[in-house]
Design a protein around this ligand. Structure first.
Ligand code: AKB
Length: 316
């Protein structure tokens, strides 16, 4: 099956880079980017683009039929920090959009779905170190609740209706092209911008808060690889744990200081500290590595080197 792809939420942090990668892999004519507004000029001008509200079932169906779409990447979501400010909006966006694509697949209109889950499915009662694939999951954020519920529905639609839906639990994603928005792990991107602009960063998490993180290139690689894998290889139809690096604000600051010795950091934890404290410190992703050969490439120092050089070029 030649993929004819629709990306929903293509202007966002992961959606934008996924759009560029999928266009490279499958050709511009086979990848339709969509978002609720024109808020990323690079994406909008890079190929076919549609304005699309992921919560509008009719508009979604019309778009899918217009382009004969067979594969959907549903990247639109409200993340953890914004979700705590707008709980019902987060619930509606994150769950309705998923039901829409699952139902279109159940009806045979589309054949394959990628839907991202998150480390936010875990909660304060989950074992924090090397969190296993199967463990206690009692998320305490609205975002985490929507992701956990979503995982259950993905598995249900696969078991009952043979819907080919694939998912990974993203950790915090670090990238230089597009800024993240509304997440708890966003500090690990902001810090590089501020290091170059001001030489100082005031972190909204405390110095020893360890969280699982990953460089964008690894996250994109994982996403396209799980989608390219044979159907039989995908044994987990809720969502796969995925891991790369794990570090604290103090450790990322030390990594930056290797390149910018004058850089300083201070700590003013806010409401996001509670969210971070409820999440794992590190993740065990053995099933992803076994089932579809996942492997990460970027260490913390690799990420720092790449972030600082790319952002430096962007700023100058
Ligand atoms: C967030 O911080 O909300 C996201 C996530 C870990 O899913 N980056």
């Amino acid at each position: 099956m030649t993929p004819k792809i629709l990306i929903i939420g293509a202007c966002g942090q992961i959606g934008s880079e996924l759009t560029f990668k999928l266009r490279q892999m499958y050709g511009d004519e086979n990848v339709i980017a969509s978002d609720i507004s024109y808020n990323n000029a690079e994406v909008v001008n890079s190929g076919l683009f549609e304005i699309l509200d992921a919560q509008n079932f009719t508009a979604l169906k019309v778009c899918i039929e217009k382009y004969n779409i067979n594969t959907v990447y549903l990247m639109a979501a409200m993340l953890s920090a914004t979700g705590e400010k707008f709980p019902l909006k987060a619930w509606d966006l994150n769950t309705q959009s998923l039901f829409h694509v699952l139902d279109l697949a159940k009806a045979g209109v589309i054949k394959k779905i990628f839907w991202p889950s998150s480390i936010a499915v875990f909660g304060p009662t989950t074992p924090k170190d090397q969190t296993p694939q199967y463990t206690i999951m009692e998320p305490s954020t609205v975002y985490g609740i929507t992701k956990q519920v979503g995982e259950r529905w993905c598995e249900y639609y696969f078991n009952k209706y043979n819907v080919d839906v694939r998912s990974i639990r993203y950790p915090g994603i670090i990238s230089w092209k597009t800024l993240p928005g509304g997440g708890t792990t966003d500090y690990a991107v902001d810090i590089y911008h501020k290091a170059l602009q001001d030489g100082h960063y005031d972190c909204f998490l405390s110095e020893n808060t360890a969280l699982p993180m990953m460089f964008m290139d690894d996250a994109i690689e994982a996403t396209v690889n799980i989608m390219a894998a044979d159907k039989e290889a995908i044994k987990i139809r809720s969502s796969y744990n995925l891991s790369a690096v794990s570090f604290t604000p103090k450790e990322i600051a030390a990594s930056i200081q290797k390149y910018l010795p004058e850089f300083t950091i201070s700590y003013t934890p806010d409401f996001r500290q509670d969210i971070a404290d409820s999440w794992p410190k590190s993740i065990n992703d053995t099933p992803a590595r076994t089932d579809w050969n996942w492997d990460h490439k970027f260490s913390l120092d690799d990420i720092t080197k790449e972030m600082l050089s790319q952002l430096q070029a962007k700023y100058t």
